[in-house]
Ligand binder design. Structure first.
Ligand code: SF4
Length: 385
């Protein structure tokens, strides 16, 4: 109902609405911006790192991790040459480790191909491996004052409410319509501050639920507020159906040295039905699917130098739309560690030879995913009785 009125109103006044907003948003931002560590002084490297960290992770988690990250890796050269293990530890807790790998790939490209000089424009940033339009627009607008609009989830919400858009703003055509509106809104002066202002408004005032409209600097321009349709704007994101998955984590334990085997998971995908896609390229316990678990169990039970145990406790975990029900197999090595468990396992299960045997006392610090931490907790409960 409200949307029909809004469309008529929009047809006449869209330009006016859009023009009015930039100035108000900037004035509001000047007084209400959150003093985040990367906002103290413009630094290209810091802007890049914090933007990548902030994608899909909350600021409460990002802020302390960011400070630790740039303390240990203060320059792009440090990031390009850092040890994978250190990077993993610095990223631990932020999730989606692929982002850290891409960041390092980008840093290597800058150091090796651009002699350590950062790109100086939106289009040049797009050439950096792992850098998409969103990250490029954040860096270009904040660090080089380039007039390129950033569109993230917060911006989609603010603009769709401001203009009372009823269409599916989450589809690629919907997002490109939002991009067009923000492109019209972004001012010549202070484009970086404008981008931060509209994102900040979405994060702190025009929130997903219970938006604080009475505190909003663009309330007078907001069509959703005027027509009382804030609650239904924007339309909800279409949800992907949840898929239930059963996974089995393999914990190889050398009791004599109290060490546990972990390895890079991409190596486990030798077989087509391996746990393809789940936490690949992260370091942790081998994972097998329910389809292959009974075969793996049979093999582990048949190995004389191993004692096999299936824990009765389970763990649950979610990765995107996958709801994981997890079990833990423990394979305890009984004989002298000089017997190469790896080669036996390699032959029998097709798992990699290159396990790292890590002392149990420091294992928690080596695990980078929440799933591995859950597995480790169950294993520890078993050991400690
Ligand atoms: S008035 Fe309310 S709905 Fe409109 S932009 Fe402001 S916070 Fe969002």
């Amino acid at each position: 109902m409200g949307f029909d009125i809004a469309r008529i109103y929009l047809g006449v006044n869209k330009g006016w609405i859009v023009n009015q907003c930039a100035e108000k948003l900037l004035a509001w931002y000047d007084h209400h911006y959150r003093p985040l560590p990367w906002r103290q002084k413009i630094n290209i490297y810091h802007t890049w790192v914090c933007e990548v960290m902030s994608q899909q992770t909350t600021l409460a988690v990002v802020v302390p991790k960011f400070s630790e990250f740039v303390k240990h890796l203060p320059t792009v050269d440090d990031l390009a040459t850092c040890d994978e293990e250190i990077l993993r530890q610095l990223w631990s807790g932020l999730g989606y480790y692929a982002r850290a790998r891409n960041l390092k790939k980008g840093a290597k490209f800058i150091v090796e191909q651009l002699e350590g000089h950062f790109p100086q424009s939106y289009y040049e940033w797009l050439k950096i491996p792992g850098c998409g339009p969103y990250t490029a627009s954040v860096i270009a607008s904040i660090c080089f004052n380039e007039k390129v609009a950033c569109v993230d989830g917060n911006v989609v919400r603010v603009v769709s409410r401001l203009l009372a858009l009823s269409e599916d703003v989450w589809s690629s055509s919907g997002k490109s319509a939002i991009q067009t509106h923000v492109d019209q809104m972004i001012p010549e002066e202070r484009p970086g501050d404008f981008n931060q202002a509209i994102m900040e408004l979405g994060a702190t005032v025009c929130r997903k639920s219970k938006p604080l409209c009475l505190l909003c600097p663009i309330r007078e321009q907001c069509l959703a507020f005027a027509h009382n349709c804030v609650e239904i704007c924007p339309p909800k994101k279409p949800r992907r159906d949840t898929v239930d998955v059963e996974l089995f984590a393999l914990v190889f334990w050398r009791k004599a040295t109290d060490t546990v085997a972990i390895a890079k998971r991409c190596c486990f995908q030798q077989n087509a039905h391996r746990t393809k896609g789940f936490l690949s390229n992260t370091v942790g316990f081998p994972l097998v699917t329910a389809t292959e678990a009974s075969e793996v169990k049979k093999v582990l039970q048949s190995l004389e130098h191993l004692q096999f145990l299936e824990l009765s406790s389970k763990f649950s975990h979610s990765i995107t739309h996958h709801r994981i029900s997890g079990r833990v197999f423990i394979a305890q090595e009984l004989e002298n560690p000089s017997i190469t468990t790896e080669s036996v396992i390699w032959e029998k299960l097709g798992l990699p030879k290159s396990f790292d045997w890590i002392p149990r006392s420091v294992l928690a610090s080596k695990l980078s995913t929440a799933l591995d931490n859950k597995v480790f907790k169950l294993f520890e409960n078993y050991i400690l009785g």
